[in-house]
Write a protein that binds this ligand. Sequence first.
Ligand SMILES: *Cc1c(COP(=O)(O)O)cnc(C)c1O
Length: 533
Amino acid sequence: MDLLLAIDGCVAACTPDNPAHADTTAAIGRCLDQGGRVWLYAGTAQGYEDGIRRALEDEANCSAAESAAMQAQQLARHRLAAFTQGKQWLAALAGDCADCAAPNPAQDRLLRALQRFTAGSVKVLTLDPGFIGEHPDQTLTPAAYLALPTSKRRIDFIDLPGQQSFIRPQLEERIHRVLHHGHYILGPEIEELEVHLAQYTGAAHCVAVASGTDALLIGLMAFGIGPGDEVITTPFTFVATAEVICLVGARPVFVDVEADTCNIDPDKIEGAISPRTKAIMPVSLYGQPADMDDINAIAETYRIPVIEDAAQSFGAIYRGRRSGNLSTIGATSFFPSKPLGCYGDGGAIFTNDAGLALAMQELRVHGQERRYVHTRIGVGGRMDTLQCAVLLAKLDRFDQELARRIVVGQRYSQLLAGTPGIKTPVTRADRTCVFAQYTLQVAGRDALAAALSARGIPTAIHYPIPLNAQPAYENLCCPDCTPVAAQLAASVISLPMHGDLTDADQDAITAAVIECNLSLIQVDADSRNTTTG
Ligand SMILES: *Cc1c(COP(=O)(O)O)cnc(C)c1O
């Protein structure tokens, strides 16, 4: 549970002479220790400062002396400034002030602000018996909070709220700017983002679109790929990769993957090329670029384009170049859980070809060349301005998060190195992996997932069924044709991964993996002994 501080709660925390100081400090400390957040309401910032100042004046009993009062004010400001470290400011929104004539306007605003949270997930910390008496479900005293049973720190698979707490001011400012300028579609943020991302990847052009799926689809449409055509891709990916090929009327041709990187095996591509092959669509799975130069070389021989599905690898570097800018076209996704994610759907396409860039810009707005003149058959695939605003707010911290992801991924591999029955992911020397997923290969995958779940450690399977074994796609090529993908689908398991994963949480996760794995190996050996003996 998070805490939202009423004025008296904040004053008690900031003034050691207050009789409730010790309890309040302990309650706030415990909340933070358990991974909770302590909120200060921006609408009452002046109230906090005034409350602390009055308490200091009372303490010194010097409210009469003007210089002492000045000092109390300075001191109050400094105490509040120091106290805000590690706390969150909760925005004051227009609706909070709906009833300025309420019997107690300050409490009324605080309660209205509280309604933004899921019921019961945040309570107002106050010492006011009257406030608590009237709103027992929304409020509690520090002593009452301390009397609650302590809850175990939760481990999340990805921690978007944690990330949000670092960038809340930028997010709110960016989002509110859009609310005020009102250009919800193709607003100024779109171009700002496109310029920034093009620079970031080194590509000459970036086209922001409605999703990663639309990025891939528009990429295929830009080449005019359609019925009768074939596109070579991997069966070991998220379904969108093959789906878009089918949506334009072409046929995905599945080529098996490498057992260690799980990316498409370039040595198997040439054997799958036919006169109908119109593109190769490798996926940079889990955040590691595929063998793009090998793939580009094959594509060049056959004069076909390469579309990199970089949905999971934005930010990764391959031989000095960024993923997304490694082939004719690169397509990425800003789905919330991707390395760079917005708060809805979003995606982007990159290219160095001006003609393709123009085609993709037009295709994303219904093939429109200029207003109401449609020279191509396109889609409604624009990215919306609010999602762009979210991404722009995230960009300042992105490099730091990316660096942390890589450290966390490498640390996982160190901690798990040599564990029997567990293969840690392999990153080739000429590239980085941004660990969209940190994915192990284990023998008793489902049992391990269940054992970890029982210990409160979330895991996920990316992906349990290769696309050529999916009901909608199985007529395309038999799963037996891609045995490595089939084997991976039965053995992969992804561990919690995000840039803010602490060493302590990671230690707890790897300890649990090693312990669960060991007992599973034991059970396995025992049952074999029983059957043979
Ligand atoms: C997420 C993802 C997509 C689709 O992106 P959306 O933004 O969800 O449409 C495509 N390919 C891969 C490999 C993905 O991981």
